[in-house]
Write a protein that binds this ligand. Structure first.
Ligand code: P6P
Length: 341
């Protein structure tokens, strides 16, 4: 008898039963993310067919100065509206929003969670049919309930996260999340319209044999990264080197592959980007929480990512994440060869 698949909704409720202190609000919040992910998934799958409506760029730029794809904006609005509608969230921050957005009607201002998200990471890949992803990070508010959220609610270190996850819209669509009790993956079954448990308790191999980095930027890398890349590329059969280079150019996809197979993803600082490219709050922290929950590691080459105290909503950080032995080796070379800016 084939195991009857448990859906994400059932899993959340089952897990909630295991935590009597849980009041169901986080479960309801996760369900609103699940709902928005299904809608975004549907539109991504149609993007090639309805480019005049959804696909392509909308001609404007976000705060990052990046050309906004229509689906970026669509995904941002879908997740924002879904989170606002449920009443568990008092505010959100997003790569697509210059400032944080306070949900301040009576019900929401008493809600206890805030959410930070990259609604559609890697969206420039949509037009060439390469997988993209959504990343989300959930905290308890620190400001007074009943009052509008403040910037302090959003500038919390990653260690304060209560939940985090991503959706990868790939050959199949998966939602992967943690609430601090392991990492669990659900695969979308479009015939059921449900995310079904497919990867319970994901563990990232301590040692992997894949490295993900844009080697086109090699001349701009810190010396420690150059040395680490050469380490990955030299022949040493006992340690299964040279490793394989795999770089999709879509963070969630590279991260997801490395979570399942082992590997390291690196987006370091460069002479043209002193803090790298990736955003601490809604890209690096949520994936760091998941990596650590799966037995992996995430640093900026020197420090644990989740201990960095944020100072700005859209601040960037160099990023080394994945199999713990590989991140440790890269950090070792950063310490030996690159000064800590
Ligand atoms: P580059 C996509 O824009 C993104 O934020 C990540 O998804 C991806 O890993 C990275 O940037 C790609 O950046 O500079 O290598 O093209």
């Amino acid at each position: 008898m084939r195991n009857i698949m448990i859906t994400l909704g059932e899993y959340i409720i089952k897990n909630q039963a295991d935590y009597p202190s849980a009041t169901g609000e986080l479960s309801s919040l996760l369900s609103s993310i699940r709902r928005a992910a299904k809608i975004v998934n549907r539109e991504i799958n149609r993007a090639g067919l309805v480019t005049d409506i959804i696909g392509g760029s909308n001609g404007s730029e976000n705060v990052q100065g990046e050309v906004q794809q229509k689906l970026d904006v669509f995904a941002n609005d879908m997740f924002k509206n879904a989170l606002e509608a449920r009443g568990e969230v008092c505010g959100i921050a997003s790569e697509e929003e210059d400032h944080y957005v306070a949900f301040d009607d009576e019900r929401q201002s008493n809600a206890k969670y805030i959410v930070l998200m990259d609604p559609l990471d890697g969206s420039s890949n949509i037009d060439v049919n390469v997988s993209v992803g959504t990343i989300f990070s959930i905290y308890r508010r620190v400001s007074e309930p009943g009052q509008p959220v403040t910037m302090d609610d959003f500038l919390q270190p990653g260690v304060n996260q209560v939940a985090a996850g991503y959706v990868v819209y790939g050959s199949s669509t998966m939602l992967v999340y943690t609430t601090g009790n392991g990492v669990h993956g659900f695969t979308y079954d479009p015939t059921l319209g449900s995310f079904c448990l497919s990867h319970e308790n994901i563990r990232i191999p301590e040692q992997g044999y894949i490295y993900s980095i844009n080697e086109g930027n090699y001349i701009r890398f810190p010396e420690g990264v150059k040395k680490y890349l050469k380490f990955c590329q030299e022949k040493d059969e006992s340690s299964k080197r040279p490793y394989s280079s795999r770089y999709i150019g879509s963070l969630v996809s590279d991260f997801h592959r490395n979570m399942l197979k082992g590997g390291i993803y690196i987006y370091p600082s460069g002479t043209n980007s002193p803090n790298g490219k990736l955003r601490l709050l809604y890209e690096c922290n949520p994936l760091a929480f998941m990596a650590e929950q799966a037995g992996g590691k995430a640093t900026d080459g020197f420090r644990r990512i989740m201990e960095i105290k944020p100072t700005e909503l859209h601040q960037r950080t160099p990023y080394f994440v994945g199999s713990i032995d590989m991140v440790n080796k890269a950090d070792e070379m950063m310490a030996e060869f690159s000064s800590h800016e």
